[in-house]
Write a protein that binds this ligand. Structure first.
Ligand code: NDP
Length: 449
């Protein structure tokens, strides 16, 4: 696809010039701009107010040094980031990622996507994202704690329950959120909902752990129903990753009647033709932070293969990528289609390259883009913020029902926006348009700043 509108072309050219060294960020901006032509043409006030120029420029970008002491007593230095991208509709909100691949470009692409995702949830949350190039693999628990404390020692001056509320992302789960929250409380001497994904005993929300994976399946089921009159029942599903999102997507897809046949980590993937035994995956990944290879040693009839992108060579009806960005390239997309896959909904952020998306579009694949399909996590984070403000907790069922309704509404608002702007049935264009208009109108209303 191309950027068709002259204003959008001009702003994108400016981004290429300024941020030419940020490929992931430019990829995310381009994907959105390719779908916004009709919206910008129908709303000349956006160009008059410089909305697109402002939309791609973070309100604030913080980059900081994180020094911590390892178990040998040696000082280690990592880089920390927090991108406070857009606060037009609420406090900045978005996760923290700890992974050696984290760069300013990665955090900016995630923060940019987060603006639209948070808008789609209908909850009052702006867009932000952060993280570090710290690699928790092979680190002791005490090292992870010291790193988290050092990270929060700097981050705490930039965040707050009404300013910016981070959450988890890759390698930032319950353990890390605990250490981060503890350090914030120690320094600021206040117990507030400054982070989401907290433990249930200290301000967390029921269903937050499950939210992204469950939400992905609610979204996929709703899209299947509305666009094809179909369901998960009897379908074969390939899922990548074996972290938070993958595990709970597998759990819900199985509950909805599908057979999930794969799981993976960054080393390789497992194929279980009899259907993944999720209790074994949970024991390996949540129980002792092991490698997915162990599954094949424990479950007869399953296979392990080195190389994590091989997961997309397994025949399936539905693919749910739940690991990382750009994990499905053109070749993998073609293989999926050749093997009969007709649905790709994204649990991970930006897991499909632009070339892969073109393959889906050329082959009538039902494509649910990340910013809509994986919005369940931040939606329940938003609900966690509400519960913290009320100082009460909803039941699992109550929260899960709200999550289910939000995911159904995201499909509905995406389809409605797509139809209004001449892209009937296009969930990607619809998500970009519906998410964008709310933020853009708020920016116009609040004046230039
Ligand atoms: P976890 O850290 O719990 O799990 C990540 C999984 O993906 C692991 O299996 C990991 O394998 C694999 N993985 C990570 N990086 C790579 C890589 N570069 N190459 C191959 N495999 C990789 O993270 P989450 O499950 O929370 O996040 C997964 C995706 O979902 C991310 O894209 C995240 O941004 C997105 N997401 C998460 C939300 C949440 O609520 N947690 C909300 C919305 C989106 P290994 O253990 O070997 O590293």
């Amino acid at each position: 696809m191309a950027i068709t509108n002259e204003y959008l072309q001009r702003v994108y050219a400016q981004a290429e010039k300024r941020d030419g060294d940020q490929p992931e960020f430019l990829q995310a901006v381009r994907e959105v701009f390719e779908t916004l032509g009709p919206v910008v043409e129908a709303n000349p006030q956006y160009e008059a107010n410089g909305i697109l120029e402002r939309f791609i420029e973070p309100e604030r970008a913080v980059k900081f040094r994180v020094c911590w002491v390892d178990d040998e007593g040696k000082v280690q230095v990592n880089r920390g980031y927090r991108i406070q991208f857009n606060s037009a509709i609420g406090p900045y909100k978005g996760g923290l990622r700890f992974h050696p691949t984290v760069t300013e470009s990665v955090v900016k692409f995630l923060g940019f996507e987060q603006i639209l995702k948070n808008s789609l949830t209908t909850l009052p949350m702006g867009g932000g994202k952060g993280g570090s190039d710290f690699d928790p693999k092979g680190k002791s628990d005490a090292e992870v704690m010291r790193f988290c404390q050092a990270f929060m020692t700097e981050l705490q001056r930039h965040i707050g329950q009404f300013t910016d509320v981070p959450a988890g992302d890759i390698n930032v789960g319950a353990r890390e959120i605990g250490y981060l929250f503890g350090q914030y409380k120690r320094i600021r001497d206040e117990f507030t909902g400054v982070l989401t994904g907290k433990g249930l005993e200290w301000g967390g929300s029921l269903a937050r752990t499950e939210a992204t994976g469950y939400g992905l399946c609610y979204y996929t089921a709703e899209a299947l129903d509305k666009l094809r009159g179909d369901s998960f029942e009897g379908k074969t599903v390939a899922i990548s990753g074996s972290g938070n999102v993958a595990i709970f997507a597998t759990e819900k897809a199985q509950a909805l009647g599908a057979k999930v046949v794969t799981a993976s980590d960054s080393n390789g993937y497992i194929y279980d033709p009899n259907g993944i035994q999720l209790d074994v995956v949970k024991d390996i990944k949540l129980g002792h932070r092991g490698r997915i290879k162990e599954y094949a040693d424990r479950v007869p009839g399953s296979e392990y293969h080195e190389g994590f992108t091989g997961v997309w060579t397994v025949p399936c009806d539905i693919a749910l990528p739940c690991a990382t960005q750009n994990e499905i390239d053109e070749e993998s997309a073609k293989t999926l289609v050749k093997n009969g896959c007709t649905v790709v909904c994204e649990g991970a952020n930006m897991p499909s390259t632009p070339e892969a998306i073109a393959v889906y579009q050329a082959n009538g694949v039902l494509y649910g883009p990340a910013k809509a399909a994986n919005a369940g996590g931040v939606a329940v984070s938003g609900l966690e913020m509400s519960q913290n403000s009320y100082r009460l907790s909803w039941t699992f069922e109550e929260t899960d029902e709200k999550l289910h309704d939000i995911m159904k509404d995201i499909v509905a608002s995406s389809l409605e926006a797509a139809e209004k702007y001449g892209k009937k049935g296009d969930l990607m264009a619809g998500a970009n348009i519906a998410g964008f208009i709310k933020v853009a109108d708020s920016m116009v209303a609040q004046g230039a700043y």
